[in-house]
Design a binder for this molecule. Structure first.
Ligand SMILES: [Zn+2]
Ligand SMILES: [Zn+2]
Length: 380
C-alpha cells in the first residue's frame, strides 16, 4: 500500500469513526447499584472508550440468579464476619449481555479480532492476566476476579458499555434475537459444568434444577449423548422444557421420590453423574444418595447458607469424585454454536423481556420462584 492509499484509508476510518461518534449521545439511561435493594435508574454520561477499549451499544441483558442474590444483599456479595464485600456500589449491574460494537480503535479491534458493527457477547469475568491463575491459562479463577456488573467494570443494564482491553468478547450472529443471543453467558456456564462431569456414553446423568442453568446443562449433556439424562425440578412446566432440551426422563421432586426412581432405573446401583444446579441445600444430600459408587458429583450452585451432609458417603461409602464448576471457560464457541443452531427452545426459555426502565419488575420476577418465568431479560 503506498502512502496516498494509506492516507485515503485513514481518512475513511476517521470519517466512519466520526460518524459513529456522532450517532452516540452524550448521556444514557443506566441502572446503578447503590447497595442491597437500592438499585436506581439514572442518567449518566455515555462512557468514552480509552485506548484499546470498545464502546458497545447494549441490545439485551439477562437477569441472573446471582444478580438477584446481590440485589437482596447475600453475604457472598456484601461480606460478613468471614469475608469482605466483593460487590461494589456505584456499578451498573448486568453480566449476561450482547450488543454491537459502535466505537473502537485499531488496538482494540486487533486485540479482539472484531470490527465496528459486529455483535458480540462478553465473558462475565474480566481477567487481570497477571495473577498465577491467569498466567497458567486458568483465567476463570483469576485472583482479583473482576466481573462486569459487580466489580470494577460497569455491566449492561445501560444503553452503552465499555468492553475493556482485558475482556473476552465473542462474536454472535446478528440474526439471532438479542435476548436469545445473551443466553450465551449462562449456557457457557452450563456447558462447563457438563464438561466437569466428564460424561461417558454409558452414563446415567441426573441434572437437578431446570432453571436457565439447569436447562443448559440438560442441553449440554444431550450433546454428549449418554445412556440416559434425567432432569429434576419442582415445576412440571420446567420439566416439560427440560424434555425439549433433551432430557429422556423427568422427575417432579415434589411428588416423586427421585432417589428411589433413579435406583429402580439402574438395578439399584444409582446414577453415574449428578450435576447440581438448584442452590437448594436439600439437593446436595439428594445427589449424594442417588449416585452410584465411584460416581461424579458436580456442584455449580451458589448457596445462601451452609449445607450439612454426611461426608462419609463421599469417602467410605462410595468413593465419589466431587467437582466444582464456575463460569464457562473454553465453552463459549460451543454455547454460541448451540444457540445459532436453533435446536434449543429459546423462545420458551426466554420467557420475559422488559425495557430498561422496568428493571425492578424484571428483578422481582426473577425472585418470584413460584412464577412461570425462566430467563428474564432487559432490552435497553
Ligand atoms: Zn449469570
Ligand atoms: Zn488473574
Amino acid at each position: 500500500m503506498d502512502a496516498s492509499t494509506t492516507d485515503v484509508w485513514n481518512q475513511k476510518t476517521e470519517t466512519s469513526m466520526a460518524e459513529n461518534a456522532a450517532a452516540v449521545p452524550e448521556t444514557m439511561t443506566a441502572v446503578i447499584n447503590h447497595g442491597p435493594e437500592d438499585y436506581r435508574l439514572e442518567t449518566i454520561p455515555v462512557p468514552t472508550p480509552a485506548e484499546g477499549e470498545m464502546l458497545m451499544k447494549v441490545e439485551a441483558v439477562g437477569i441472573c440468579a446471582s444478580d438477584l442474590k446481590c440485589y437482596h444483599g447475600a453475604a457472598k456479595f456484601w461480606g460478613d464476619e468471614n469475608r469482605p464485600a466483593w460487590a461494589q456500589t456505584g456499578v451498573v449491574p448486568g453480566h449476561e449481555f450482547v450488543g454491537t460494537i459502535v466505537q473502537a480503535d485499531e488496538v482494540a479491534l486487533k486485540r479482539h479480532g472484531v470490527q465496528v458493527g459486529d455483535r458480540v457477547a462478553c465473558e462475565q469475568i474480566v481477567p487481570c492476566w497477571e495473577c498465577r491463575y491467569c498466567l497458567r491459562g486458568q483465567y476463570w479463577m483469576c485472583g482479583p476476579h473482576d466481573m462486569f456488573g459487580f466489580r470494577n467494570y460497569n455491566g449492561a443494564m445501560a444503553e452503552y458499555l465499555i468492553v475493556p482491553f482485558k475482556a473476552l468478547p465473542h462474536k454472535v450472529d446478528s440474526s439471532i434475537p438479542p435476548h436469545h443471543a445473551a443466553f450465551a453467558e449462562p449456557l457457557s456456564c452450563s456447558l462447563h459444568a457438563v464438561e466437569r462431569a466428564d460424561i461417558q456414553f454409558n452414563d446415567v446423568v441426573v441434572i437437578a434444577g431446570c432453571g436457565p442453568i439447569g436447562l443448559g446443562m440438560v442441553a449440554g449433556a444431550r450433546q454428549k449423548n449418554p445412556l440416559k439424562i434425567i432432569a429434576l425440578d419442582a415445576s412440571d412446566a420446567k420439566l416439560e422444557l427440560a424434555k425439549k432440551c433433551g432430557a429422556d426422563l423427568t422427575i417432579n421432586i415434589l411428588n416423586e421420590d427421585a432417589v428411589q426412581i433413579v435406583k429402580d432405573l439402574t438395578d439399584g446401583y444409582g446414577a453415574d453423574v449428578y450435576i447440581e444446579g438448584t442452590g437448594h441445600p436439600s439437593a446436595v444430600g439428594q445427589g449424594l444418595n442417588l449416585l452410584a459408587k465411584l460416581g461424579r458429583y458436580v456442584e455449580y450452585s451458589v448457596f445462601g447458607s451452609d449445607v450439612t451432609v454426611d461426608w462419609s458417603i463421599i469417602s467410605d461409602d462410595k468413593e465419589l469424585d466431587v467437582r466444582g464448576a464456575h463460569l464457562g471457560p473454553h465453552c463459549w464457541p460451543a454455547a454460541i454454536k448451540l444457540i445459532e443452531s436453533g435446536i434449543l427452545p429459546l423462545d420458551e426459555i426466554c420467557t420475559n423481556q422488559f425495557p430498561l426502565d422496568k428493571f425492578q419488575e424484571g428483578i422481582d420476577l426473577v425472585g418470584d420462584t413460584a412464577g412461570s418465568s425462566v430467563k428474564v431479560s432487559l432490552l435497553p
